[in-house]
Write a protein that binds this ligand. Structure first.
Ligand SMILES: [Zn+2]
Length: 120
Protein backbone atom coordinates (compact mmCIF):
# COMPACT_ATOMS: atom_id res chain seq x y z
CA UNK A 1 0.00 0.00 0.00
CA UNK A 2 1.58 3.23 -1.15
CA UNK A 3 0.25 5.50 1.57
CA UNK A 4 1.78 8.68 0.18
CA UNK A 5 -0.38 8.52 -2.95
CA UNK A 6 -3.49 8.20 -0.82
CA UNK A 7 -2.41 10.96 1.55
CA UNK A 8 -2.25 13.48 -1.26
CA UNK A 9 -5.44 12.38 -3.01
CA UNK A 10 -7.47 12.01 0.18
CA UNK A 11 -6.27 15.39 1.45
CA UNK A 12 -7.30 17.07 -1.80
CA UNK A 13 -10.72 15.44 -1.71
CA UNK A 14 -11.23 16.38 1.94
CA UNK A 15 -10.27 19.97 1.28
CA UNK A 16 -12.61 20.07 -1.71
CA UNK A 17 -15.42 18.76 0.50
CA UNK A 18 -14.72 21.30 3.24
CA UNK A 19 -14.54 24.19 0.78
CA UNK A 20 -17.78 22.96 -0.78
CA UNK A 21 -19.52 23.01 2.59
CA UNK A 22 -18.28 26.53 3.33
CA UNK A 23 -19.42 27.83 -0.06
CA UNK A 24 -22.77 26.11 0.26
CA UNK A 25 -23.25 27.64 3.72
CA UNK A 26 -22.57 31.14 2.38
CA UNK A 27 -25.16 30.59 -0.33
CA UNK A 28 -27.68 29.18 2.18
CA UNK A 29 -27.45 31.45 5.23
CA UNK A 30 -30.92 30.40 6.43
CA UNK A 31 -30.48 26.64 6.02
CA UNK A 32 -31.97 24.39 8.68
CA UNK A 33 -29.88 21.94 10.66
CA UNK A 34 -31.26 19.07 8.55
CA UNK A 35 -30.37 20.87 5.31
CA UNK A 36 -26.87 21.51 6.62
CA UNK A 37 -26.48 17.86 7.55
CA UNK A 38 -27.63 16.72 4.09
CA UNK A 39 -25.25 19.14 2.37
CA UNK A 40 -22.31 17.94 4.47
CA UNK A 41 -23.18 14.25 4.04
CA UNK A 42 -23.36 14.67 0.28
CA UNK A 43 -19.85 16.07 0.14
CA UNK A 44 -18.34 13.69 2.64
CA UNK A 45 -19.82 10.60 0.97
CA UNK A 46 -17.75 11.38 -2.11
CA UNK A 47 -14.57 11.39 -0.03
CA UNK A 48 -15.75 8.26 1.75
CA UNK A 49 -16.38 6.38 -1.50
CA UNK A 50 -12.90 7.20 -2.75
CA UNK A 51 -11.32 6.12 0.52
CA UNK A 52 -13.27 2.84 0.50
CA UNK A 53 -12.15 2.11 -3.06
CA UNK A 54 -8.50 3.01 -2.48
CA UNK A 55 -8.28 1.14 0.80
CA UNK A 56 -9.98 -1.95 -0.64
CA UNK A 57 -7.78 -2.00 -3.72
CA UNK A 58 -4.63 -1.51 -1.67
CA UNK A 59 -4.97 -5.03 -0.30
CA UNK A 60 -5.03 -6.37 -3.86
CA UNK A 61 -2.03 -4.39 -5.10
CA UNK A 62 0.27 -7.35 -4.69
CA UNK A 63 -0.09 -9.14 -8.00
CA UNK A 64 0.55 -12.77 -7.11
CA UNK A 65 -0.07 -14.04 -10.66
CA UNK A 66 3.60 -13.46 -11.59
CA UNK A 67 4.95 -14.63 -8.23
CA UNK A 68 6.90 -17.87 -7.84
CA UNK A 69 4.72 -20.86 -6.92
CA UNK A 70 5.88 -20.83 -3.30
CA UNK A 71 4.51 -17.29 -2.80
CA UNK A 72 1.16 -17.81 -4.50
CA UNK A 73 -2.04 -18.44 -2.55
CA UNK A 74 -2.87 -22.12 -2.16
CA UNK A 75 -5.94 -24.25 -2.66
CA UNK A 76 -7.41 -24.82 0.81
CA UNK A 77 -8.18 -28.46 -0.11
CA UNK A 78 -5.11 -29.65 -2.05
CA UNK A 79 -2.58 -27.09 -0.80
CA UNK A 80 -1.37 -26.61 -4.40
CA UNK A 81 -0.33 -23.09 -5.47
CA UNK A 82 -3.12 -21.50 -7.52
CA UNK A 83 -2.80 -20.66 -11.19
CA UNK A 84 -3.85 -17.12 -12.07
CA UNK A 85 -7.03 -16.87 -14.13
CA UNK A 86 -7.21 -13.14 -14.61
CA UNK A 87 -9.08 -10.66 -12.51
CA UNK A 88 -12.65 -9.62 -12.14
CA UNK A 89 -13.93 -6.13 -11.48
CA UNK A 90 -17.19 -5.53 -9.75
CA UNK A 91 -19.08 -2.30 -9.17
CA UNK A 92 -20.17 -1.81 -5.60
CA UNK A 93 -22.48 0.82 -4.16
CA UNK A 94 -21.26 2.49 -0.98
CA UNK A 95 -23.62 3.70 1.73
CA UNK A 96 -23.48 7.21 0.29
CA UNK A 97 -24.77 5.90 -3.03
CA UNK A 98 -21.46 6.27 -4.89
CA UNK A 99 -20.14 3.54 -7.18
CA UNK A 100 -16.70 2.11 -6.51
CA UNK A 101 -14.86 -0.35 -8.74
CA UNK A 102 -13.18 -3.24 -6.95
CA UNK A 103 -10.88 -5.58 -8.82
CA UNK A 104 -9.77 -8.97 -7.54
CA UNK A 105 -7.45 -11.63 -8.88
CA UNK A 106 -9.03 -14.98 -9.60
CA UNK A 107 -7.09 -18.20 -9.11
CA UNK A 108 -7.71 -21.81 -10.14
CA UNK A 109 -6.31 -24.89 -8.45
CA UNK A 110 -4.33 -27.00 -10.99
CA UNK A 111 -5.14 -30.13 -8.98
CA UNK A 112 -8.89 -30.06 -8.33
CA UNK A 113 -9.89 -27.23 -10.67
CA UNK A 114 -11.63 -25.21 -7.96
CA UNK A 115 -11.64 -21.43 -8.45
CA UNK A 116 -11.05 -18.83 -5.76
CA UNK A 117 -10.72 -15.13 -5.05
CA UNK A 118 -7.87 -15.55 -2.57
CA UNK A 119 -8.11 -13.12 0.33
CA UNK A 120 -5.00 -10.94 0.14
ZN1 LIG B 1 -7.45 -27.94 -5.14
Amino acid sequence: MRCTDFDQRWRELSEEAMTGVKEWRLQHPRASLTEIEVAIDERLSKVRARMVQDAALASDQTDWSEAPAAERPRCPTCERPLRSAGSQTRQVQTQGGHEVALSRKYGVCPECGAGFFPPR
